[in-house]
Design a protein around this ligand. Sequence first.
Ligand code: T46
Length: 136
Amino acid sequence: MKYKIINFQKHGDDRGMLVALEENKEIPFNIKRVYYMYDTVAGVRRGYHAHKKLQQILICIHGSCKIHLDDGFDTAEVVLDKQFQGLYVANNMWREMYDFSPDAVLMVLASEYYDESDYIRNYHEFLEYVRGEDLL
Ligand code: T46
């Protein structure tokens, strides 16, 4: 599984909604890190990298945004606009985040601590890495 939309259980009553996330239950890994982005500047596109090891769940807990995914062979565009949905992204996936609404808050649950050496920030290197061949 390279990516997957997960619909979390909604606990709703007459007061409103609540979503609960636990590691190795709703989230299919140990959660070592949580980060989020907000006040994203209009028209900006971020990401442009892959991870060798990191797995993540992306949740747009307010507003909406889109995610471009690329495994080196196929691409997909995913819309995140529901607070009860998470996008699981496996390692070895190129990702770009775009079309943020002005009020978007994109929260990410990560399987590893921050490690710059886990990033592949060059698309050509990424293709070589996942295809296991020298493309030059
Ligand atoms: C990813 C997508 C969805 C830290 O110091 N610690 C952290 O845990 C993170 C994630 C970032 N940073 C610093 C590193 C940079 O100086 O925050 C700055 C912005 O990070 P970056 O340019 O990598 O942000 P994005 O939005 O391009 O990518 C982020 C994650 O880095 C990445 O793992 O999958 O969100």
